[in-house]
Design a protein around this ligand. Sequence first.
Ligand SMILES: [Zn+2]
Ligand SMILES: [Zn+2]
Length: 236
Amino acid sequence: MTLDLLVDAHVHSTFSDGRDQPGANVATAAERGLHTIGLVDHVRSDTLWLPDFVSAVRRLRSQSPLDVSCGVEAKMLDTTGWLDVPPSLAGVDWIVAADHQVPLGREPQPPATVRRMIADGEIDPIEVLDNLLEATAAAAERYDNVLIAHIFSVLPKCGLDETMVADTDVTALGHRLARAGARVEISERWRCPSAHVAKLLHAAGVELVASTDSHRAATIGQYDHVSDIAGALASI
Ligand SMILES: [Zn+2]
Ligand SMILES: [Zn+2]
């Protein structure tokens, strides 16, 4: 398969924690020769600026030859697939589902807490992995147009890693994501997933997309890890 490196599906702006305005991000993407950019900012359930962001992205889309999409990035809350998004997502093209915390029980837990719970024997690492897999698949099934952000990036923060996830579990997740129409990003910022996991997801029918998760215009479309993954995928 060919992973299109003229796409950057996940770029932040001043609407959340990015340094540059959305317009500067689109201008940089155009200078770099990209044809597609996903403008994505972090939201929570009580975020109020979303209509303004949607309008700003619409305006840029109408002025740019690039394919400019509007996305919100939200953390996964639980294993039933709820995401920390505002009640109305009118005008949003993509929901970027993120493992910023670990969905455990009623409340997602910060990775440092999960790391301590594992060390204290309060929780089995297998349960952490199972919850993460279930929350990821369920989010894709609950919402339309989901992009899974930096898959498994929370694991190293919990003292775990991607190799602890069985291939069969990655494939099962891939089948559910593909059926739900969710895409998975290959993330430059988080250097994940590995080529191995990317191949398993692709084989399961998942559409993979390149992203930098840039927080400043300068890094938009600049790929190193993602280029390596593209090389590994080119042979299949
Ligand atoms: Zn993120
Ligand atoms: Zn992000």
